[in-house]
Write a protein that binds this ligand. Sequence first.
Ligand code: TK8
Length: 343
Amino acid sequence: MRRGLLVRPTLAARPMLATPPRLAATLTTVAALSFGCGGDGEPGVVELSLGHVGSPGSLYDVTANEFARRVNERLTGRAELHVYGASQLGGDDAMLLRLRLGTLDMSIPSTIMSSMVDAFGLFEMPYLVHDREHMKRIEEAVVWPDLAPRAEAAGYRILAVWENGFRHITNSRRPIHGPEDLSGIKLRTPRGVWRVKLFQALGANPTPMPFSEVFVALQTGVMDGQENPLTQVTSAKLHEVQDYLSLTGHVYSPAFVTTGAGRWERHPPEIRAEVEAIAREMQAFVYETAARMDEELLAELEATEMAINEADPARFEAASEPIYEEFATTVEGGRTLIDKARR
Ligand code: TK8
């Protein structure tokens, strides 16, 4: 039985939840990063930093580490990429702020982008993305021509499209088959305006909260449930404090390898070009790893006490029609973005 992730001692993932060490680590890292690139590194070596919220073993963790491995191998002596996972540099919000302030080179935001640049709300539309092949078409038709320039205007540069994943709902109250089962469920969501609207429309009681706080919120009952790809669920041990997993697949979250335009431009052009090429080339590895994790993690969760059920997508789809309509009518060019993505 493949139980790798699930039998890892519970404590292994916990230090990030204990405030004093985490705070200390954060402060040290912040200090190191704020003194700019190349602080302690070898002279002439461009120091690059990448932060993400994923716990050890998550898709974010595995893909960010592989990215760093490739960059560090191919740019030896010229650049060095350091990865800071598990919200060490703060949550999604804080990291996006750092990108703009220039105290962090890269992050891998997904949902949160829709709160910064409203057109990214496209990926908050339920059941928009069917599979990864479809996502590749959307990337060509919409992300590069339409979304990347809007991100740029807001101070961010998208280097590549990776993945956070297909989202499912976990909770401690009951199995979710259709929207009516969400009634009264206190559901944690990421900071994304459309995700909150969606779950309000579906009858739940959604509250946005940083990812690093989700485990404790579920454990203490402050929240009944949350929604995330399986890789985030198992790596953050959320299944240990949740009784039900309902396979809704309501949203597919791409993740965008993102830099702050100002800071990125300060690095030598040939270093930027190579790092960007590696970031793009990583997509094949990301999609392959993600597909494998989806399958393996479901098998692992099936071997736990968690009750797992398939939800009825048609019922969720019908109930989420108003969200599409609102996006189409309130976001500039919204209807065209939806049409292009659905084509
Ligand atoms: C990344 C986030 C995050 C998400 C969450 O932008 O917080 O639940 O899965 O990883 O959107």
